[in-house]
Design a binder for this molecule. Structure first.
Ligand code: NAD
Length: 302
């Protein structure tokens, strides 16, 4: 049977997170930190291994800073189960997908989720720009599909942009709002539109910084310094692009350019070249800056 009615507000006790990259591992950490049993799924065993190491380090950092009790890492890690198989999830109330920013990949995850998970499970996407309405159209029960857009690094950033698709039910929105509050986050509900609010405004600025660099107006450090010191931004746009991931930035700009149809969203050719060269930012060890162990080796990025 396919769920067609609004199931109302649900309490999330078990969740499946699909994609154990930059975002998925952070999402798994904060969900487990709030007492939720998490299954973390990734096609790559290496990513699952790396995710476990990163989450462990992140939890121990919190203990060292006095922000968490000594026993917490073991307790939280005990609630996260890693597997390459989505159908190994046990009865989750919620699936959050955080796979690559690619519509067919996300659609496939939702379709598989809809076929193996309970029909009442909410299907949430951490997409930065892909249409929630389009994703919802691919699964039975589109009223249970919404955007749950976390920010990077997930354990630190307080905003969760909650995206309401054309057919998302009020119960689904309220369930995700309540969950975000339970995670200690600040939810803001917006309507489905390319780039939503956050990336519709942010990405043109990052893209413009790349054009400024490509056109030789200033070097990378000068561009970042102007925006940090002059605009009071906590980090410069090129540093932020490296943190987000240059492939992710390119995907978002392509969606904005295609779906809004305006040249102001045209991805900078320098960005295309860097992504083609495998310079993806922090996660690949080099982007606009070089990184060693996640930190800028030239000391410029935070
Ligand atoms: N990086 C950011 O700052 C940021 C911020 C907000 C939202 N997002 C969004 O979050 C999503 C993930 O971004 P990321 O930066 O974590 O990417 P990432 O490249 O770090 O990780 C993606 C992960 O998905 C896995 N994957 C790919 N296809 C899969 C599948 N079919 N099943 C299971 N796992 C699969 C990959 O192996 C990889 O581990 C994207 O939609 C992105 O737009 C990213």
């Amino acid at each position: 049977m396919i769920m067609t009615e609004d199931a109302g507000v649900q309490v999330v006790r078990r969740a499946t997170v699909v994609g154990a990259g930059t975002m998925g591992r952070g999402i798994a950490q904060v969900l487990a930190g709030a007492g939720i049993e998490v299954t973390l799924v990734d096609v790559s065993e290496a990513q699952l291994q790396q995710a476990q190491e990163d989450i462990t380090q992140s939890l121990h950092r919190l203990v060292r800073r006095g922000a968490a009790p000594a026993g917490q890492p073991a307790e939280v890690l005990g609630r996260i189960r890693c597997t390459p198989h989505l159908d190994a999830s046990i009865g989750p109330d919620l699936l959050v997908e955080a796979v690559v920013e690619d519509l067919p990949a996300k659609r496939a995850v939702f379709q598989q989720g809809a076929s193996v998970l309970p029909e009442t499970a909410i299907l949430a996407s951490n997409t930065s720009s892909i249409s929630i309405t389009t994703l919802a159209g691919a699964v039975p029960g589109p009223q249970r599909v919404a955007g749950m857009h976390f920010f990077n690094p997930v354990p630190v950033m307080s905003l969760v942009e909650i995206v309401r698709g054309e057919r998302t039910s009020p119960g689904t929105v309220q369930t995700i709002v309540a969950l975000a509050q339970r995670l200690g986050k600040s939810p803001v509900v917006v309507n489905d539109y390319p780039g939503f609010v956050s990336n519709r405004i942010l990405l043109p600025m990052l893209n413009e910084a790349m054009f400024v660099l490509m056109e030789g107006v200033a070097g990378k450090e000068a561009i970042d310094e102007v925006m940090r010191l002059g605009m009071n931004h906590p980090m410069g746009p090129l540093q932020l692009a490296d943190l987000i991931g240059l492939d992710v930035c390119l995907h978002i700009l392509e969606v904005l350019h295609r779906d809004l149809g305006e040249d102001k969203y045209r991805p900078c050719p320098l960005l295309r070249r860097m992504v083609a060269a495998g310079l993806l930012g922090r996660k690949s060890g080099a982007g606009f800056y070089a990184y060693a162990g996640g930190r800028a080796s030239d000391g410029t990025a935070p």
